[in-house]
Design a protein around this ligand. Structure first.
Ligand SMILES: [Zn+2]
Ligand SMILES: [Zn+2]
Length: 393
């Protein structure tokens, strides 16, 4: 494997400047036209084969090696959030109400830097690298849109890699989790239909408020009583609506909320128990219930065999980092769509620096991360991970 360190040292200032330029010009999901233009321009300069407009604003760059071998997919997301930035830095967002508050400006930069490093080794590459620059991660729609537009065909990837800068951990911590790492998310609504009436005459009504209240409590037994205690999940009712008068029993009550889990099996179990509970409890109260569940994202599930390879590579190229296997989160990520179709891994690169105040959480108006430390490290890790598959030792 080539030693990328020297080149990274020469180029890192420019990459940090690129990240800060992207940071100043945040674009929301499916509107990433400026970002996509910069990405396509740079990939074109590197001599990659480019496709634009994949999943509306996505860009794919294919780096074809001179020798035959596997296809590695590298995924980076490009979108920002509808947040008004509160950081007082010279590279703060220039667009009021929009902000790179998750670090996707960094992911785009890191993947471009890896494309740059690897394209210098085209004559030695056995296989190819498909760089996928994805829109609209924050709304959970971009990965699916790109896959529908053929991102996983021609060539079909053998392994998929991606990373997230992660402010829940300091610089120097890198998280590689086997199996479920980020949650599948779903949103649900339950409509309880009863029979309205006078608040003083409950005996001739079927009160959907009482039924809905019992459903809220009964739903809390799914995680505690139905799931294997070694599995985990979240069932949160976040919205309760019924009635608009003090003396009228309404005819309908509505519940909404979210469910999260680390595996498709647990998600299916949550769904079926929610339906049984809503139906059964509503029925016992003389009401009926309709349950609608929309799956927003799949769980991010990493392939242990890919992690084994990456652990070995990371330890070799960056012996100073601390590799951990417990950075899991109930947050969702649509990298899951790529990992559902292709074995691979998504890893967290710790990015917080508390001494410099760079430790606000993701999606906070003061979120920022230590780009000077993280960009060179993340570029080296990702380049080495790809090289482990396409560049012989
Ligand atoms: Zn985010
Ligand atoms: Zn993110």
């Amino acid at each position: 494997m080539p030693d990328f360190k020297t080149r990274i040292g020469q180029r890192q200032a420019e990459w940090i400047a690129l990240r800060r330029d992207l940071h100043q010009h945040p674009e929301l999901g499916f509107e990433e036209l400026r970002t996509a233009g910069i990405v396509a321009g740079r990939l074109n300069d590197l001599g990659l084969e480019i496709q634009t407009g994949i999943g509306k604003t996505g860009v794919i760059g294919l780096l074809e090696g001179d020798h035959d071998g596997p296809t590695v997919l590298v995924r980076a997301d490009m979108d920002a959030l509808p947040i008004r930035e509160e950081n007082q830095v010279d590279y703060a967002s220039q667009t009021p109400g929009k902000m790179h508050a998750c670090g996707h400006d960094g992911h785009t930069t890191i993947a471009l830097a890896v494309a740059e490093l690897l394209s210098a080794h085209r004559s030695e590459i056995a296989g190819r690298v498909k760089f996928v620059f994805q829109p609209a991660e924050e709304i959970g729609r971009g990965a699916d849109a790109m896959i529908r537009d053929g991102a996983l065909r021609d060539p079909v990837p053998d392994v998929a890699l991606g990373l997230h800068v992660w402010n829940e951990a300091p610089v120097g911590i890198v998280g590689l989790v086997d199996g479920g790492m980020m949650a599948a998310a779903g949103d649900f609504s339950i409509t309880v239909q009863g029979k309205g009436g006078h608040g003083a005459l409950p005996h001739i009504a079927h009160d959907p408020v009482v039924a809905a209240s019992q459903i809220v409590l009964a739903l809390q037994s799914i995680v505690s009583r139905n799931l294997d205690p070694l599995e985990t999940a979240v069932v949160s009712v976040t919205e309760v609506r019924a009635g608009d008068s003090f003396n009228v029993i309404p005819s309908e009550a509505r519940l909404r909320g979210t469910i999260r889990a680390f595996s498709k099996t647990v998600m299916a179990q949550l769904e079926s128990r929610m339906r049984e509970i809503a139906d059964g409890v509503a029925g016992a109260m003389g009401c009926s219930a309709t349950v609608a569940i929309e799956q927003l994202t799949l769980p991010v599930v990493n392939a242990p065999e890919v992690n084994t390879r990456l652990r070995e590579v990371f330890t070799r190229v960056a012996p100073h980092i601390t590799l951990v296997d417990n950075l899991r989160t109930m947050a969702a990520e649509d990298m899951s769509y790529f990992l559902d179709a292709v074995p691979g891994t998504f890893f967290f690169v710790g990015s917080a620096n508390a001494e410099r105040g760079l430790n606000y959480p993701h999606h906070h108006p003061r979120f920022d991360w230590d780009d000077e430390a993280v960009i060179p490290l993340a570029v080296e890790l990702l380049a080495a991970a790809v090289a482990a598959y396409v560049l012989p030792d």
